[in-house]
Design a protein around this ligand. Structure first.
Ligand SMILES: Cc1cc2nc3c(=O)[nH]c(=O)nc-3n(C[C@H](O)[C@H](O)[C@H](O)COP(=O)(O)OP(=O)(O)OC[C@H]3O[C@@H](n4cnc5c(N)ncnc54)[C@H](O)[C@@H]3O)c2cc1C
Length: 389
């Protein structure tokens, strides 16, 4: 069977890309190994996605935002980065921007569900679910995809949106920088007595990193980063013991905490593909750039990449041109690199600066933070990304 475009992966990036092509008249096949009922009602995965104003505008344009209810959306007014016991705080706020918030927090499974609802019945879109892609190949004539159930599909353009450990990326021969950090993140939703005032905190304490993301009501999403072994032990605790442990680790800043959902564990790895395109193929979402979650930009960037590529493809289709020409794909790669490289580098620099546990580094960190020697660049890059429209 021949499509104009085949998308591998029905995660948020793949779904957003498919949706952004609505109205182009192109035939699209979207292959997702999970069954359709799981795409329609994705299980809770614990991730709370901090969406920038720009991402909210994009999701609105794509018709997905309307599928979210007020209970799904928590305002994020400010973010504070804390270092150990130091009173020095690096704050990201809206001062001087005219905005009342940095962005909105929305659970990942609700974003996936909203995007899936938005593509429901989209003309020209063919959902192929419950079977994965086993192998891919492309040449100047087109792309060929073999599914795990033996079916073979052809297309003019292949788009990989199959996660940061993208098998399609590998089969296309695109190398990637992969940093397995040997640490894991544990995410769970907690209820507490204290008022978070819609302020997120990222606390780089000695030996642990703990973030609290403010949710509606007196609830937060607790994100704890430790060695993978320590996280496995914590995740095995019963909810009462886990709540007490998170309260202790967060220094009871918001009072006593009870676990109301989770935990969910994610091994930490960052990835950056050397190229975002190959012959008749492109990478979007985490397959292109797998960000460290600390600055909460993975999906924001994924959405940007998806709409950039969709815009170029839609223009080419409207002109009757080649939707996978090497010029178009090079333009996509250049644009997305410009959008992603500074924030990827600034995030890794921030993590390196705060988590280096060598004694000399700990002393240097205090001095560096106070002097603001490298921080203004990091801070500006992250702020600029956060506040862009
Ligand atoms: C704890 C945590 C917190 C985060 N917080 C934020 C945040 O605040 N803000 C933010 O912007 N981002 C955040 N992120 C990042 C964000 O979740 C990811 O960037 C986003 O989910 C990536 O979407 P994706 O569609 O590229 O990939 P994925 O969500 O990984 O989806 C990939 C899809 O491809 C499918 N697939 C894989 N292989 C195949 C195959 N061979 N055949 C068919 N289908 C296949 C999978 O089943 C899956 O459905 C966070 C991540 C984590 C782990």
């Amino acid at each position: 069977m021949i499509h104009d475009i085949l998308i591998v992966g029905g995660g948020p990036a793949g779904l957003a890309f498919a949706r952004a092509l609505d109205g182009t008249g192109l035939s699209i096949g979207l292959v997702e190994r999970q069954p359709a009922d799981l795409l329609a009602s994705p299980p809770v995965d614990g991730r709370e996605i901090a969406l920038t104003h720009r991402s909210v505008a994009t999701l609105t344009r794509l018709g997905a935002w309307a599928h979210l209810g007020p209970e799904d959306i928590s305002p994020l007014r400010e973010a504070q980065v804390l270092n150990g016991a130091s009173r020095f705080t690096l704050a990201f706020n809206t001062a001087g921007t005219g905005e009342d918030r940095l962005g909105q927090l929305v659970p990942n499974h609700r974003i996936r569900q909203a995007l899936f609802r938005a593509i429901d019945g989209q003309p020209g879109l063919d959902l192929i679910t419950g079977t994965g892609v086993a192998s891919v190949g492309t040449d100047r004539a087109g792309a060929r995809v073999r599914l795990a159930d033996g079916r073979v599909l052809d297309a003019r353009l292949l788009v990989a949106a199959d996660s940061r450990f993208s098998a399609v990326r590998e089969q296309l021969g695109i190398a990637a920088e992969v940093n397995r950090l040997g640490r894991s993140m544990m995410v769970c939703r907690v209820a507490h007595e204290g008022d978070h005032r819609s302020i997120a905190t990222e606390w780089f304490d000695h030996g642990q990193t703990i973030a609290m993301l403010p949710l509606n009501g007196r609830q937060s999403s607790a994100v704890l980063t430790l060695s993978s072994g320590q996280i496995e032990q914590l995740a095995a605790l019963n909810p009462g013991a886990l709540g007490a442990e998170i309260t202790r680790r967060y220094d009871a800043r918001l009072g006593e905490m009870q676990v109301v959902e989770g935990p969910h564990v994610y091994p930490l790895a960052t990835t950056y593909a050397r190229h975002f395109a190959a012959t008749r193929a492109a990478l979007i979402g985490d397959a292109a750039v797998g960000m460290h979650p600390v600055t909460a930009h993975g999906f924001n960037l994924g959405l940007q990449g998806a709409t950039t590529l969709a815009g170029l493809v839609a223009d080419a289709a409207a002109r009757g041109g080649d939707i996978a020409s090497s010029l178009l794909l090079r333009r996509f790669e250049a644009t997305h690199r410009l959008e992603s490289r500074p924030i990827y580098a600034a995030t890794n620099l921030l993590v390196g600066l705060y988590t280096d546990e060598r004694p000399a580094a700990r002393i240097a960190r205090r001095a560096t933070l106070r002097a603001g020697a490298r921080l203004p660049m990091v801070r500006q890059t992250i702020s600029r990304f956060l506040m862009q429209h």
